[in-house]
Design a protein around this ligand. Structure first.
Ligand SMILES: [Zn+2]
Length: 67
């Protein structure tokens, strides 16, 4: 599979002890859904903080969204 739509983002959940790779454009949804279904809406699962930081950084630079 070389034709993916983007990077896969690691989502970690300490509550479940899981680490899952989710396509970039689904990651927000996946995290929200996971927390709703398994943790009563508590923000337990999250994008790996290291990766999130790097992505945010790169995204801001690439898209020129910094104002
Ligand atoms: Zn969980």
């Amino acid at each position: 599979m070389t034709d993916s739509e983007g990077p896969e983002i690691p989502v970690v959940c300490e509550g479940c002890g899981t680490r899952t790779a989710v396509p970039f454009d689904e990651v927000e949804d996946a995290v929200a859904r996971h927390n709703e279904q398994l943790h009563d809406g508590d923000p337990v699962a999250e994008v790996d903080p290291d990766v999130l930081e790097e992505l945010a950084d790169r995204f801001a630079r690439d898209s020129g969204l910094l104002e």
